[in-house]
Design a protein around this ligand. Sequence first.
Ligand SMILES: [Zn+2]
Length: 301
Amino acid sequence: MKPRERLCLLAVHAHPDDEASKGAGTIARYSAEGVRTVLVTCTGGEAGDILNPEADTAEARRDLARARLAELRESAAALGYSRVCLLGYRDSGMPESEHNRHPDAFVNAVPAEATERLARIIRAERPQVIVAYGEDHSRYPHPDHIRAHEIAVAAFEWAGEAAGPPGGAPGGGEPWKPSKLYYVGWSGEMIEALHAAFERAGLESPYREWIRRRPVEPRRFTTRIDVGEFLARRRAALLSHRTQIRPDSFWLRLPDEALREAWPYEEFVLARSRARDAEAGGGWETDLFAGLRAPVSRGAR
Ligand SMILES: [Zn+2]
């Protein structure tokens, strides 16, 4: 296989730690299979709080961006990422926070310019598959997550066009059209399964409120990746983010064995596809590269 044809998966995340909580097992799985995996983190997480008292040191307080970058690198290594790219924007903070007004905040970036930065990485890496966030941010309306979604969709569309996005520079590199764009998310079915697992284990479920409200799902999930063998890596990635995740966090409370039994999957919506035969015949798609892998040689038969 020519180097150019190597399978590559590129994930777009808003902050250091998002890569550990959204689709992390999937990255660990594809990395272990030899797929090139590229992480794009849009901001440095500067506006985050130190949520773990054990990591609340003078050093972390003095330079949170530096502490979070070190955590990000450790997490990415645990997941097997081939490369970590920082898009270079500042964390915009939650809606209405003073961080929103910082001129370097991601939310204040010119969309075409941010798209062009991402498109440049896409052109250099030539991923067949891009994983990003969906358009529904009602569960977590962070401005950086909304912006990360917008630029991922725009870059998916424009990285293959020599002209570049409207209002943006044409950008460097040879145009490259990624084949599939996925949104990573949590289905209601997954939350129900995890809720039940918490109850079975006699633990307080963090999903009680969701179960009570049962919001309508905006999109049908199309794709389920079995990450049962990669839960330890996902846990290691989460634990890397010492300033953000307490050891007693709900993310870590269920043992991997209970998780594997309750819900060994990560779920995705196939949002855009240029691949042939991308739609699995009514059932669950079980591979992000479905329809993109080289066919098995017929001559061998
Ligand atoms: Zn985030």
